[in-house]
Design a protein around this ligand. Sequence first.
Ligand SMILES: NC(=O)c1ccc[n+]([C@@H]2O[C@H](COP(=O)([O-])OP(=O)(O)OC[C@H]3O[C@@H](n4cnc5c(N)ncnc54)[C@H](O)[C@@H]3O)[C@@H](O)[C@H]2O)c1
Length: 314
Amino acid sequence: MAQGLNVLVTGGAGYLGSTLVPMLLAQGHKVTVLDNFMFKQNSLAQICHDPNFDVVQDDCRNEGVVKRLIAKADVVIPLAALVGAPLCNADQTGAVTINLDAVKMICRLASPAQRIVLPNTNSGYGVGEKDAFCTEDSPLNPITLYGRTKVDAEKAVMERDNSLSFRLATVFGMSPRMRVDLLVNDFVHRAVFDRAVVLFEAHFKRNYIHVRDVARAFLHAIDNFEAMKGQSYNVGLSDANLSKAELCQRIQKHLPKFVYLEAPIGEDPDKRDYIVSNSKIEATGYAPAHSLDAGIAELIKGFRMIRNTQYGNV
Ligand SMILES: NC(=O)c1ccc[n+]([C@@H]2O[C@H](COP(=O)([O-])OP(=O)(O)OC[C@H]3O[C@@H](n4cnc5c(N)ncnc54)[C@H](O)[C@@H]3O)[C@@H](O)[C@H]2O)c1
């Protein structure tokens, strides 16, 4: 097990980062987070006591800052991004400069020996690969600005040595910086508070992965870097290629009063309808440890604490 590495995580205060960074510290690494804290999140508060943790509040596009921080890094994990199609559409310049240009800058500033591990979305598989298992050789043809910036960032990273990328399934589970806009989290949140969801494209399939298993994939990559580098890997639960309706059935098992209805009220901007093979990363010795059912139970517990009450009295 690799220990004592200097790891720079941009966007480390986000949904993935605030779960990953404590796990990196627990493994004995020294971690520096660069994040602009755009959501005013205090998601790293519980690790400030750790002398192996440092944090810089700044923009990942600030070349002077990134250059100084990269100089001492063994591993760079660029998580900073405007994440998701709606946010990218709302700030298109930000999407390109943060999700793509800032990653290209990291590639330019890093020495060839420094390692980069980048997360990508697998949503681009959805276009044209509907009925077959998508592997890492399937074409990624993203149609949203978010998807395009992420795929272009992956291309930039994979052009250099000592890099690898993950193509993540839809992530679920509790994290210190919570996101309720992700599909599983969103449905469970609605099931807890509204007891109902209206589904569009109910039979469209996707795959899913727990946020702690994403963090475990990054740890696995650091530990097995020489064997894994130079490649992209799908990361998802192989037993959870499920449609939205099937996902709702799973939630119903935990919350029997939950109902879901179907109506043509929307369309997924990414047109996600695909099943994904994760055998490539599984062949490297990685296996997820958190099931979808465990994640649903965890979310139900978590949502007893979290509620968007800013403009309501209850
Ligand atoms: N969550 C998923 O399902 C998923 C799936 C595939 C890929 N990813 C990728 O994983 C990464 C993290 O996603 P997440 O779910 O944690 O999202 P998130 O929105 O919770 O995290 C993004 C983080 O980046 C920071 N950030 C944004 N702009 C910045 C800037 N200009 N300078 C510095 N920091 C900035 C934010 O403050 C936040 O902490 C992203 O690169 C995303 O594309 C996530």
